[in-house]
Design a protein around this ligand. Structure first.
Ligand code: BT5
Length: 274
């Protein structure tokens, strides 16, 4: 399905007030997160919140910790948005929560696939009894001296029409909406719907409503035996246990075999078979 993601087509489809209204499309970039951060640095306050940069192909798409995000040209939705929340610093984790919710709901509405969230930043669908990653989120930001979230760049990568044989091999297996359903989907319609949901969640969060309860309700990680890998002072630390819950800041609470409860603020989770 070859689609026009140029500005005029996108403007006609958007249902948002401000999110994505300053819209930029480039056929190829290094990384949308990197370029949008660069633009924000160059233009400062003249770059309005809600600015969106979308591409068809990234030569240096990134995940967390400078891992690669791989998506062949044309099949994925790859974009970044600039946000200036001015929320207290502790609410940084709300961004990944509301983005995950917006993406999951939009995918579910469009495809009918039961769509869940895997801590901390994956959107997953159930395929053959195993959770497969269909989208990754990358939140990067900085905080002003007054401990307010001054500038956030939220990156979203969704495998929409990527053929199964072009998906990368990964620990959490990758899938696309096409591979999971056998049907291609319109990227533009998905983008418009998820941006509308994202704007609504964001506005609610700005008014103090936490996305955490809705986010927790979609977490596949909870109640599951997990292996958590995290960087601890430069060393890789591995924790095994049961993911019991998540706190208001999105940290994962893991109970180890000797009964100790660990609060995990960052890391990777592998779901273990029971
Ligand atoms: C993420 O990191 O999942 C965040 C991905 C964010 C990508 C978007 S695209 C637009 C914007 N611009 C960017 O440069 N990035 C953002 P993380 O949790 O660290 O997962 C990275 C891991 O996911 C990799 O190490 C691979 O194992 C796996 N992976 C890579 N490409 C994938 C894909 N297309 N689908 C599923 N998994 C993938």
């Amino acid at each position: 399905m070859d689609e026009n993601l140029q500005a005029t087509a996108v403007y006609a489809a958007l249902k948002t007030c401000w999110l994505g209204r300053n819209y930029h499309y480039l056929a190829v970039v290094g990384s949308t997160n990197d370029l949008l951060k660069q633009w924000a640095a160059d233009k400062g306050r003249y770059m309005p919140p809600g600015t969106l940069l979308l591409t068809d192909y990234q030569t240096h798409g990134r995940g967390r910790l400078d891992r690669r995000w791989e998506a062949p040209p044309g099949g994925a939705l790859l974009f970044s948005v600039l946000l200036r929340p001015q929320w207290p610093e502790e609410r940084l984790s709300w961004i990944v929560m509301l983005a995950g919710l917006a993406v999951a709901e939009a995918i579910e509405a469009m495809t009918g696939l039961a769509t869940r969230l895997k801590w901390p930043n994956d959107v997953v669908v159930d395929l053959d009894g195993r959770w497969h990653k269909v989208c990754g989120l990358l939140v990067e930001g900085n905080v002003e001296p007054a401990d307010r979230l001054a500038q956030i760049v939220l990156g979203v990568g969704i495998n929409v029409n990527t053929p199964a044989d072009q998906l990368p091999a990964a620990v959490t297996p990758a899938t696309s909406l096409l591979a999971a359903t056998g049907k291609p989907f319109a990227r533009l319609a998905l983008l418009a719907d998820l941006l509308e949901r994202l704007e609504q969640y964001y506005e609610a969060a700005t008014n103090g409503r936490s996305p955490q309860p809705a986010w927790t309700a979609r977490l596949v990680t909870l109640g599951q035996p997990v292996t958590v890998t995290r960087l601890d002072h430069g060393e890789t630390a591995v924790l095994e246990g049961i993911a019991e819950g998540a706190n208001g800041w999105g940290h994962l609470l893991v109970r180890d075999a000797s009964g100790g409860l660990h609060t995990v603020t960052a890391g990777d989770v592998t779901l273990r078979p029971r």
